[in-house]
Design a protein around this ligand. Structure first.
Ligand code: OGA
Ligand code: NI
Length: 354
């Protein structure tokens, strides 16, 4: 095979003839993650009706903004319905992403990324230089899609579908972020200008979690929060996402055709901790699962810091995070093993107890 790398797709591992047990280097029970089967409960997320955010009726509009703000503050995860993106587009995109992962190994490894900011990166587990001894049951394709658009040219139509889906999602994100600004009482253009959102960085991620004979022993993605402002996620019909709330893992079963949205680290920094990023992880199943996420981020060169009043108010509410250039943050977070919210913790300002 022409893949001159040590990494092996989990898909190849999962399809080994007579695989009855997962290889020990994929087994998570020897590190700090609790087993995915233990302690997880079902609950339903808040629903945000996207069409009401742009309602001309001031009462409906302000209720929609309040609901959005509450979903960000209390959950950090919500389902967006009536977003106007056709179900057929989402289904087709997931179908062609699936075809990508079914391509011959050497065709996929041609896109292997070497550096964090390589615009096209195929890989497995979490990152390309993972120093971890435990591997995650996940193959991925990560693409930089904004301000410059990158995508593989195969399979057929993949590029066009990614382009179209990203364009549509960008409009949804823009409206959500402007609703979020409004819910915080911020000046209208403050977020767009201070984070240079017109040149905002966007990453498209397709995750492939192959069928696993012993799902309770492995993890698709370990507990983490996302970089960026908002992540939009869709999946095939198979569930697997869990989020942490009050120390418990909750299984997320989204309404069909909705888009799952979560608040991410840079929104936590920008809102001075009012809208926190949320720990989540992906467990795997006996059938293959695909998810597609878009991370919407500040511009590469933007320095992210807590926004002005009313999120900062002199001594009563000082800035709680150090300013940091967006690209530096991502580089740090992506080149070490994923470890909960440790990257964010490093820029938290520890207040003196009085
Ligand atoms: C991610 C992620 C969850 C999922 O890609 O950051 O959290 O359900 N994915 O695939
Ligand atoms: Ni995530």
């Amino acid at each position: 095979m022409a893949c001159e790398n040590k990494m092996k797709s989990v898909k190849v591992v999962a399809e080994l003839p007579n695989l009855k047990a997962v290889p020990s280097n994929y087994s998570v029970d020897h590190h700090h993650n609790s087993s995915p089967a233990i302690d997880s409960i079902d609950d339903s997320l808040p629903v945000v009706d996207f069409s009401l955010l742009s309602s001309e009726d001031p009462h409906q509009h302000s209720k929609a903004i309040q609901d959005l703000g509450r979903a960000c503050e209390q959950w950090g995860f919500f389902m967006v319905v009536n977003h106007g993106i056709a179900e057929s587009l989402m289904k087709e995109l997931i179908g062609v992403a699936n075809e990508f992962f079914l391509m011959p190994e050497e065709d996929k490894w041609r896109y292997k990324g070497q550096q964090v900011f390589d615009p096209i990166k195929y890989g497995t587990s979490f990152n390309y230089t993972s120093k971890e001894t435990t591997f995650y049951w996940r193959d991925y394709l990560k693409l930089s899609v904004h301000p410059d658009f990158h995508s593989p040219h195969q399979p057929k139509n993949f590029r066009e579908l990614i382009w179209e889906y990203c364009e549509k999602c960008r409009k949804v994100t823009k409206m959500l972020l402007s609703g979020i600004s409004e819910s915080l009482g911020l000046e209208e253009e403050l977020m767009r200008k201070s984070l240079d959102l017109d040149s905002g960085f966007e990453v498209f991620v397709a995750n492939y979690y192959p069928a696993c004979p012993q799902p309770e022993l492995v993890m698709g993605l370990p507990p983490h929060s996302d970089f960026g402002l908002l992540t939009l996620l869709i999946q095939n019909e198979v569930g697997g996402l869990q989020i942490q709330q009050n120390g418990k893992w909750i299984n997320i079963n989204p309404i069909p055709n909705s888009i799952l949205v979560n608040t991410a680290d840079h929104l936590e920094i920008f809102t001075n901790g009012k809208y926190k990023s949320v720990l989540h992880r992906a467990v795997v199943k006996k059938v293959p699962r695909i998810s597609i996420g878009i991370a919407n981020c500040p511009a590469m060169n933007a320095t992210v810091r807590p926004a002005a009043s009313p999120l900062i108010q002199n001594e009563r509410l000082p800035p709680l995070y150090l300013p940091m250039k967006y690209s530096e943050y991502v580089e740090k977070q992506q080149t070490k093993p994923l470890d909960g919210k440790s990257s964010l913790d490093q820029i938290k300002i520890k207040l003196k107890q009085t």
